[in-house]
Design a protein around this ligand. Structure first.
Ligand SMILES: *Cc1c(COP(=O)(O)O)cnc(C)c1O
Length: 545
């Protein structure tokens, strides 16, 4: 007998599937769903007059790929909260079945259990919030829960449960669905249990796009489990649970070329987590600090007093008195937000304005994510799809002394023009945004010789776009980059950055000339970007020798 047949509510097993109009088939006339035939009066969202796919096939495939399982093992849900609720409704008979939890943990497990009318049996993490698998096993053998929820890393304590412990519990409790909630899995080095959920019948893994992928507002998560469990979730799910704009947004955000941008953000959040934890280490009113996921869990001496100071500073955190008397869960935010939090604890964090900007630019022709961080030289990872252009942009960032990451997928087969131009526009926008209100103050210039070539770039970060290019090229392309695009690149940057950029280049070798323009541009930018730092940070003339 399959796990679903053994454990599910009998009345759910007996229920026929919901009778809904299926996914649209191209070329068919849709008169089956009582939709309005007229497109929605919403710009860019005209397809909203139609019901979405009951399960979005493309997104299910993408998420299955992301988590290393087959699409048949995955149910896309309205956030993983929804998956928790679906599991309760599919497996727990009101008044009879029990749900097991290990406190302190995510409140939704007990909440949804109670809504379903299931009993809640709880054990607690051990001293120092450690997870004791023997104790949890004893607890589950006594209580015989239909579903046992394990959250790893645990919200709010950050406790990580070893994979082997989860596997052991699942194998030792064949009549219990063991659910591993990996909402914060991306912030943890431990490998996901997802592949195991495809092979252990009573193991279910929950994942979400809300935390690591920045899509809390789209409400997309999933359950990963044996196909018969997935089939049951489909049965108890409302029809068409996922809004079309959310499906689109998730597919866009999870584009394979965007994964490195996600990884960069996760690294930034983890670095901030470590920095904030270190900064709080010596604060007397804090008794303990734990790190987990994208948050910290503190125990403070006087939560009421802290609450007042936080309110005065308009900083919101979560007090968790049930987890520990002075328990506070604090989400890691942007550096400036974290600085505001630290200030509440009396820790001055320096005046660290965040001079990082990230531009997402999707058009019919190109899909771009470009990030700059003016206060650090690394990472530089540039993929425009045009190798020589990558090299030139790398020169700009290297000589400019700033971090630049770029992923661009464009229709290079038809014309490189769009990719080249759109990347230049995005770079200008990112620099402008990162400079914030510090722009509009300076004029900078840099001249450099390169063998027989000399290039001079003058920049005025005035807010007024103007581009002048003095020079020409004999070759049509250099390294695959059309030379006629070179002046165009500087014009695009000038327009979107809001700067006057004057380039003058002379020489015999077109390769040298192109390269010298970009290098000199980077050097001129370096001066502009360093304006609020130590004036000694201006580059020496050494770089041009
Ligand atoms: C945030 C969170 C969720 C819910 O995520 P959604 O996908 O946004 O519903 C699930 N489990 C835990 C432990 C969480 O912290």
């Amino acid at each position: 007998m399959s796990i679903a047949q053994r454990l599910a509510r009998p009345e759910i097993l007996a229920l026929p599937p919901i009778d809904i109009a299926g996914a649209p088939v191209p070329g068919t006339i849709r008169l089956d769903a009582n939709e309005n035939p007229y497109p929605a009066l919403v710009q860019g969202q005209s397809a909203l007059n139609r019901y979405p796919e009951p399960q979005p096939a493309d997104l299910a495939r993408r998420m299955a790929d992301l988590y290393g399982v087959d699409a048949q093992n995955l149910w896309v849900s309205r956030g993983s909260d929804d998956a928790i609720d679906l599991l309760m409704r599919a497996f727990c008979t009101a008044g009879r079945d029990t749900v097991g939890i290990v406190e302190p943990t995510f409140a939704a497990y007990a909440q949804f259990a109670q809504i379903q009318g299931a009993k809640v049996a709880a054990t607690r993490l051990g001293a120092d919030f450690t997870f004791d698998a023997d104790e949890v096993l004893r607890f589950a053998q006594t209580e015989q829960p239909k579903i046992l929820f394990l959250c790893t890393p645990n919200n709010p304590t950050g406790t990580r449960i070893a994979d082997a412990a989860v596997e052991r519990l699942a194998r030792a409790l064949p009549d219990t669905l063991v659910v591993a909630d990996e909402a914060y899995g991306e912030f943890d080095e431990a490998p996901s249990l997802a592949p195991l959920a495809a092979s252990i019948a009573n193991l279910v893994v929950l994942r979400t796009l809300s935390k690591a992928y920045g899509l809390a507002g789209a409400r997309i998560g999933c359950a990963i489990a044996a196909p018969d469990i997935i089939g049951l979730l489909a049965k108890v799910s409302p029809p068409y649970p996922l809004p079309e704009p959310s499906i689109r947004a998730a597919l866009d955000a999870l584009g394979p070329e965007r994964m490195s941008a996600h990884a960069d953000r996760i690294r930034l959040i983890l670095a901030e987590r470590a920095r904030v934890a270190t900064a709080l280490a010596d604060v007397a009113e804090i008794r303990s600090i734990r790190e987990g996921g994208n948050f910290l869990f503190l125990e403070v001496a006087d939560p009421e007093a802290l609450a007042k100071r936080l309110a005065a500073a308009a900083v919101r955190v979560r007090f968790r008195p049930n987890a520990a008397p002075g328990g506070v869960r604090i989400t890691i935010g942007l550096p400036a937000e974290n600085a505001a939090l630290l200030a509440v604890f009396g820790v001055t964090d320096g005046d660290r304005p965040s001079r990082r900007a990230e531009i997402v630019r999707d058009t019919k022709e190109t899909r771009i994510v470009l990030a700059v961080d003016l206060d650090r030289p690394e990472p530089r990872r540039i993929d425009s799809g045009i190798a020589f252009y990558d090299h030139m942009l790398d020169q700009v960032a290297a000589h400019g002394g700033f971090s630049l990451t770029l992923a661009c997928s464009g229709d290079l087969g038809i014309d490189q023009h769009h990719s080249i131009e759109d990347v230049a526009i995005a770079l200008g926008q990112a620099l402008k945004e990162a400079l914030g209100d510090k722009r509009g103050i300076g004029r900078f210039g840099f001249a450099m010789p390169m063998d027989e070539t000399s290039a001079e770039v003058l920049i005025d970060l005035s807010g007024r776009p103007f581009a002048k290019f003095d020079g020409g090229f004999d070759s049509e392309t250099v390294g695959g980059l059309p030379t006629q695009m070179v002046p165009h690149i500087f014009r695009s940057i000038a327009d979107s950055l809001g700067a006057a950029i004057h380039v003058r280049v002379t020489g015999d070798n077109d390769h040298h000339k192109v390269e010298a323009c970009f290098k000199a541009f980077g050097r001129a930018l370096r001066q502009g970007l360093a304006i609020d730092g130590a004036s000694g940070a201006l580059p020496s003339t050494k770089g041009m020798l």
